[in-house]
Structure formats: structure tokens, C-alpha cells
Design a binder for this molecule. Structure first.
Ligand code: NAP
Length: 315
């Protein structure tokens, strides 16, 4: 954890310090590589298999990044690419094979899936002890009741590491999470309300009556919505810590691609009000893959000792 500390850069003039997600992720990945080497010395090379169905270009980019990151950490990273017309039964058969293969410690099915496949049925088919995404109901339940031996979804797990690295005080703090998805908002709230973390959590969504009324109370504001610049400066309390999970492509004629990536937070304006803030890109995003690797090493470690191995054993 020490290696991950204080990865932030000064705003220079007035304004929030930046939480440098890239630097923090490199720290996590270095720890993962050390743990992977320890396991390899004991004859177990941690292995992650990603299953990609169809040819969604964004999914292909994410999957490629995960495979590369595995290799860089000394792990086995494999992608199984299936055509867009794969049936649910065919995909479930692939999962059954991966479940039974002892050399594969983590299984991830890249979402979204084509419409003929029921994503919930697929998630439920993955063995909970290989479900490094933490989406299986067994792992969701373990998170909620505070059992530490489950897997936690990677994005909220990464946000916890970011907050800890910056010594953000969560005990008794007002934390407002905007968004209630199963992959970000809900597990984020569950992590923050655990005994020992002790934040007071408010979760907002599209039916929340007055969003700004809630966000203005937040010591820590976490936006996971998918709406460009939904969170404006007048919605943020002075000195708040702001975590921007959103990834939104907006038109930008000055770029050769014609688009640019922005978060859910109006960054330039909110930076003038907040004390700490994550940029997009370079904030939460890099942490997600790092935490996926950490979970895979932990799954592999459990095949050697029940507690897992080294840093990868910690949640
Ligand atoms: P999602 O499943 O679409 O959930 C969005 C949530 O935002 C929903 O709970 C929705 O409310 C709520 N919402 C929508 N409009 C709102 C509004 N005007 N006011 C308040 N709440 C509103 O999205 P997700 O999967 O959680 O992802 C959220 C964003 O994070 C996306 O931009 C995604 O690309 C990004 N993301 C980034 C990473 C990363 O690694 N950086 C990882 C995952 C996701 P309802 O429930 O009422 O519909």
C-alpha cells in the first residue's frame, strides 16, 4: 500500500489536487506482479480468461487491455472470441469448461452480451471462486453481509484504494453515490457502509427528487451515471472529494477522432470547488483493470493457501 500512497499532482494555482489513477494503478499492478511471481515459484501461474461475444469495438479494446495487463504482470491472459450469433447454450458450455479447468483462476465475460443471451444466467454459471468481477449473487451477498472472502466488483474496489491512498477520512463522513448499477453504484455503497469503513451513504438515481440537495451535503461525492457533466460546481460542497466514474464520448472537432472522453463531472468548474478530484481519463479507469488482476492473483493464491497470496490476498 505504501507504494500506492500520495499519487496525486498539485493543481498548481487554486483548485483541487488530482488523484492520479494511472500512478496508483501502476502501484497496484507492481504488487500484483510480485505476488504472481511468488505463486509462479510455487508452480501456479495466475490465469485470467476473458470471453468476448461479438465484435463490439469498445469491448474489443477493453479485452485487449486486460490481456496485455495480465501478460505484463507475469500472468496468463487469454481471450476466447465467440461470434455474435453464439447461442446461450454454447456460451454456457464454454463457461462450464473454464470452471473445470484448474489452470484458469479468473473468468470474466465481457458485457454487453448479444440480445439472444441472458446475462444474468451467464453470470450465475461462473463458479463464485472464479468470478473475479464479483457479479455472481454469492459474491454480491458476501459483500453485503461483510464476509471478506468474496470478490468485489473492480471499479468500486479501485475507488476504495484511491480514497485510502489519499487518506480520505470515511468514518462518519457523508458520502453520496450517484448511480445504482450492480457494477458500480450498489457495490460502492455496500463497501462504504461496512463496519470499519463507517461512512454514512446516500445513493441517488434517476428518480431522486432533488439531486443537488443531496450532492451538496457530500464530503465525498462519487458520480457513476454516464451523463456528460451532470455534476456542476454548484452541486459540490467546498472542499469535497469528487470521484468521477463516468466515461462519456462527446463531439470535439479539434480531435482527429472527432470525439473526446469526459466524465460525469464538469471537471474544470468543479476542480475550483473540490479538494481532491479524479480526472477522466486517467482517474478511475486505470484502477479497474489493476483491481481485476489483483482479484485473479487472489483467486490463484487460494488454490495454494486458503488466504491467498501476499498483497493479492487483501481486499
Ligand atoms: P448504468 O448501469 O447505466 O447506471 C447509471 C445509473 O445512473 C443508474 O442507476 C441511473 O438511475 C442513474 N442515473 C441516470 N441518469 C441520472 C440522473 N439524471 N440523475 C441521477 N442519476 C441518474 O451505468 P454504469 O454501468 O453504472 O456506469 C456509469 C458510468 O460509469 C458510465 O459512464 C460507464 O461508462 C462508467 N463506467 C466506468 C468504469 C471505469 O472503469 N472507469 C467502469 C464502469 C462504468 P436508474 O437506476 O434510476 O436508471
Amino acid at each position: 500500500m505504501l507504494a500506492e500512497r500520495a499519487a496525486s499532482s498539485d493543481a498548481g494555482e487554486a483548485g483541487a489536487r488530482l488523484i492520479d489513477g494511472k500512478a496508483l494503478a501502476m502501484g497496484v499492478r507492481a504488487g500484483v506482479a510480485r505476488d504472481a511471481a511468488l505463486l509462479a515459484a510455487r508452480g501456479v501461474t495466475p490465469g485470467l480468461t476473458v470471453v468476448l461475444v461479438g465484435d463490439d469495438p469498445a469491448s474489443a479494446v477493453y479485452v485487449g487491455a486486460k490481456e496485455r495487463a495480465c501478460r505484463e504482470a507475469g500472468m496468463n491472459g487469454e481471450t476466447i472470441r465467440l461470434s455474435a450469433d453464439t447461442s446461450e447454450a454454447e456460451l454456457l458450455a464454454v463457461i462450464d469448461r473454464l470452471n473445470a479447468d484448474p489452470s484458469i483462476h479468473g473468468i470474466l465475460v465481457q458485457m454487453p452480451l448479444p440480445s439472444q443471451i441472458d446475462a444474468d444466467r451467464v453470470i450465475r454459471r461462473i463458479r463464485p471462486d472464479k468470478d473475479v468481477d464479483g457479479f455472481h449473487p454469492v459474491n454480491v451477498g458476501k459483500l453485503l453481509i461483510g464476509e471478506k472472502d468474496g470478490f468485489v466488483p473492480c471499479t468500486p474496489a479501485g475507488i476504495m484504494v484511491m480514497l485510502e491512498a489519499h487518506d480520505v477520512q470515511l468514518r462518519g463522513a457523508e458520502v453520496v453515490v450517484v448511480g445504482r448499477s450492480n457494477i458500480v453504484g450498489k457495490p460502492m455503497a455496500a463497501l462504504l457502509m461496512q463496519h470499519g469503513v463507517d461512512a454514512t451513504v446516500t445513493i441517488c438515481h434517476s428518480r431522486t427528487r432533488d439531486l443537488a440537495e443531496h450532492t451538496r451535503r457530500a464530503d465525498v461525492l462519487i458520480a457513476a451515471v454516464g451523463r456528460a457533466r451532470l455534476i456542476t460546481a454548484d452541486m459540490v460542497r467546498s472542499g469535497a472529494v469528487v470521484i468521477d466514474v463516468g466515461m462519456n464520448r462527446i463531439p470535439d472537432a479539434s480531435r482527429s477522432s472527432g470525439t473526446r472522453l469526459v466524465g460525469d463531472v464538469d471537471f474544470d468548474a468543479v476542480r475550483q470547488v473540490a479538494s481532491l478530484i479524479t480526472p477522466v481519463p486517467g482517474g478511475v479507469g486505470p484502477m479497474t483493470i489493476a483491481m481485476l488482476l489483483r482479484s485473479t492473483v487472489r483467486a490463484a493464491g487460494r488454490t495454494v493457501t486458503p488466504e491467498g497470496a501476499g498483497e493479492g490476498g487483501a481486499r
